[in-house]
Design a protein around this ligand. Structure first.
Ligand code: C2E
Ligand code: CA
Ligand code: CA
Length: 543
């Protein structure tokens, strides 16, 4: 009988806290676990007081903020009953449902008392696997990265107002071989640290929900301060909010590695950081150090520009049908720089024409070499409409082409309109003549503000490129999917070929195949490659 009741008691307790959560996230580290539990219990009373006070002041916004935070740290520790009651309170507070809040508050008190008791028992020498609880400071010293793991030379800053999150995530990062982790407990602390360590911080992992300065505001400050590293966004909120903020950060021209719903797990972290590693290999991380106009001018005239090539695949046959030439600046000090960092500057200061000429020369030269190797691929070159100001350009391109022995039909120009066109008639003249000369014209980034319906009417496009914002992840985003589907329908009605950009995984591929796109481009097939790697990629594929 006595045995029976003790088993019941254990089952009851294991519902309060799921101990496997901590082991899964941070490994078998009893000292660390005790330390985290101790911090949680110490903070718990104050947090319950805060919620109680907000409740008595009828401040629903504060209740929602406090319960959200407590929910997040409870989840990280596997304190499931606490996470549940906090979730219920948060929902009721958001709806300002005072009746429901009144019913739930007593349960918060009893659940928090039970959870604190569970942790105290577990931490007592008799409770869990023995030993004293270590203090935070000792612990920080005690956690060097594992020597057996390849060390990333990477500095990461965690921005979160939740201490438990900091500790758990830091341990996960250490286990991934990243030892340099800075902890900022608020947005303003993060900005201070950035000022001191700016050029060292490569990745910021940022929580969206923080008091005073939230993640959205921090992102705005990061953009104005020109933060050149990468961002990972986390939140316990609905993933759609994360996606919206991700788009916002991209709009601000920040580099976003991805988003993580809480609880953060080692698998999610390592997946995102692996992608950083790939990007670094591709050499296209944006840099902190600004460059000036004279540098860019020199880059164009002194052969510092290079072109990478990204394959395009026919979705039905699986054959490689073409490559897009994407410019890179091979900066003598900063390494490879992405085009988004300098194209606008080139456009603003009349350098884009020279840049386009360099890219065309290189692309045609490489295309001729590919042809000599037996690869008859279409070559796509990017053109901003407002760089089309020279009426002789179509003739110049034609003679360049004749020299290289290529056909105009094997060249596509991908056109984007990056701002209001001042010389519309000149641009239309040039585009019409390119089309008459049998070059293919493709409308780039379709669906974004710049490439509009209006352009479809006035320019003789043969191809339609759907922007990656409406491709990657569209299977799970109703609005992106709707835009993708209707763009394909429109293109088909206009008898145009459709290329889907930004196909990053099988799910994206299956969707674009299902909705009827003709060609696919994206990381799922290949990242942009330097010429020699492209040749190797083509050879491997043939084999
Ligand atoms: P874009 O024409 O839309 O080119 C595609 C961009 O998406 C490339 O970025 C490519 O690396 C990236 N991308 C390809 N597949 C994926 C994917 O699966 N996922 C994600 N997230 N991204 C993918 P990149 O090379 O940085 O080029 C950025 C933009 O710079 C280009 O966008 C194009 O508008 C412009 N650009 C590049 N080269 C030139 C050029 O020679 N002249 C002009 N005027 N603009 C250029
Ligand atoms: Ca393009
Ligand atoms: Ca595009």
């Amino acid at each position: 009988m006595a045995k029976q009741s003790s088993t019941d008691g254990e089952a009851q307790l294991s519902k309060i806290v799921d101990l496997s959560v901590l082991t899964q996230s941070t490994g078998d580290k009893p000292d660390l676990h005790r330390h985290l539990m101790k911090s949680y219990v110490e903070a718990l009373e104050g947090e319950i007081d805060n919620i109680q006070q907000a409740f008595s002041w009828k401040n629903a916004e504060q209740i929602s903020e406090y319960t959200h935070k407590l929910k997040s740290s409870s989840r990280s520790l596997g304190a499931m009953t606490m996470a549940n009651i906090c979730q219920q309170l948060e929902t009721a507070a958001t709806a300002a449902d005072w009746g429901e809040l009144e019913d739930l508050m007593p349960q918060l008190y009893s659940d928090s008392a039970q959870t604190a008791e569970f942790f105290r028992n577990f931490m007592s020498p008799a409770g869990g696997p023995g030993g004293e609880v270590v203090s935070g400071q000792e612990l920080a010293l005690e956690l060097p990265a594992d020597d057996n793991i390849t060390q990333f030379r990477l500095s990461i800053m965690l921005v979160d107002d939740d201490y438990i999150m900091h500790r758990v995530t830091t341990v996960m990062l250490n286990d991934l071989g990243i030892s340099s982790v800075l902890n900022a407990m608020s947005g303003s602390a993060a900005l201070d640290m950035l000022q001191q360590n700016g050029e060292r911080i490569e990745v910021i992992i940022c929580d969206l929900n923080m008091p005073e300065m939230d993640g959205v505001e921090l992102i705005r400050h990061l953009a104005t301060s020109g933060f050149g590293g990468s961002l990972i966004l986390t939140s316990g909120e609905d993933v759609r909010i994360l996606k919206t903020v991700e788009k916002l950060a991209i709009e601000h021209e920040l580099h976003v590695l991805g988003v993580m719903e809480k609880p953060v797990t080692p698998a999610k972290l390592s997946e995102l950081l692996d992608s950083l590693d790939q990007i670094r290999q591709e050499g296209t991380l944006m840099m902190n150090d600004p460059f000036n106009l004279a540098d860019l001018e020199q880059a164009i005239t002194c052969n510092q520009l290079d072109t990478f090539f990204q394959p395009k695949i026919d979705i039905k046959s699986g054959e490689v049908v073409g490559v897009e030439a994407l410019v890179r600046w091979n900066h003598p000090v900063m390494g490879l720089i992405k085009p988004n960092a300098f194209i606008t500057m080139a456009e603003d200061h009349g350098l884009i024409g020279g840049l386009t000429d360099v890219v065309c020369n290189k692309a045609l030269d490489f295309a001729a070499r590919l042809k000599a190797m037996g690869y008859h691929l279409n070559i796509a070159i990017n053109i901003s409409v407002d760089s089309l100001t020279n009426l002789e350009w179509p003739d110049r391109i034609s003679s360049l082409l004749a020299e290289s022995g290529l056909e105009p039909s094997s060249i596509s120009f991908e056109i984007t309109e990056s701002r209001l066109m001042e010389h519309l008639s000149v641009a239309l003249d040039i585009l019409s003549r390119l089309s008459l000369k049998q070059f293919n014209l493709s409308i780039d980034d379709f669906g974004t503000g710049y490439s509009s319906m209006e352009q479809l009417q006035r320019i003789p496009f043969a191809e339609f490129k759907i922007d990656r914002a409406f491709v990657h992840g569209a299977a799970r985003e109703t609005s992106a999917r709707a835009i993708l589907e209707s763009s394909v329908l429109l293109a088909k009605k206009l008898d145009m070929k459709v290329v889907a950009e930004g196909v990053e995984d099988q799910e994206d591929w299956d969707l674009v195949a299902e909705v009827g796109c003709d060609q696919v481009q994206g990381y799922f097939v290949s990242r942009p490659l330097p010429f020699r790697q492209l040749v190797k990629w083509l050879e491997d594929r043939k084999a």
